[in-house]
Design a protein around this ligand. Sequence first.
Ligand code: SF4
Length: 334
Amino acid sequence: MDSSYFIENIKLLNKERIKDFLMLRGKNQEELILTARDLRNKSKFQNKAELRSVIELSNICSQSCRYCSMGKNRNDIYFLSKDEILNRMKILANLGRRTFLLQSGESHNRHFIDDISFCCEEILKLYPDIKIILCLGNLSKEEYKQLKDSGASRYILKFETANGSHHKYCRPSDSIENRIKCIENLIEIGFQTGSGNIVGLPGQTLDNLYEDLVLINKLDLAMVSATKFISNEYSEFKNYSDGDIDLTLNFLAILRILKPDCLIPSTSSLETNSSNGQLRGLLAGCNTVTIHDGTPKELEKKYTIYSEKRYMPEEEFCINIIKQAGMEPVKYLI
Ligand code: SF4
């Protein structure tokens, strides 16, 4: 199979071919991945990789996704005060970091949104070149606007699975319609918006993965992503196996071919239980990596979005895999 065959069928969203591509292994899989990598290297960001730093603000969450256990143990909940958030941002800024991902479970507490807005404004007064990415779940359009006005420029809201009934099965407290409405609000407000799915969710079919690609293609996104399902030992999906690394890498390669100029993260889910997974993500066309040293050490284990066994890469690891992938680490790409 040659690159033009992959590119043509993926651009046309040819369902049967894409389902075949997702299952490729061996030599044909290598060709798919090489096609994606070449396209990334020829795209506007070339071989540069954005290095982000994450701060996990709170594990309190009003959703109840069946693959996650965040905030379920009421004795173990936490949230960072505005002083703590600002302090963590200053520490990272002094280390030379310039892209911050502020991530949290979904909270509709007015003070929480006000605190985050305050921190964005204050840190940007001190370091105007910082890029702030928020990942705070479904909020009202007014709340999104308030956060945008405070200086945050990007927002990530993954839809996780596009099929309506599969979405309800995995995320019973939400609906795909509501999730898409929130993503559209973010785009309308002017956020550089990110979204994507989880590969390997229980009950997911190849047709579902195809539907995910169709939805990604429809939305005007600056960042797209696919994480590998990790079985969280405290979640309702604890008895299911982790997602397949090769299926996830093929999905990422197809994403890159579909969206040559988008940011695509090689996430720590790829490394969890699969050594070299994040390096393989970069080789399959990804171009961002997140350093996990922004959350206070004593709270890291309480942010149980991917289970306690999740891999939390530090700076040295991230820089090493970027270099091994023949890429150049940069402070931000957009
Ligand atoms: S996956 Fe996110 S939205 Fe769902 S329960 Fe966990 S923290 Fe909340």
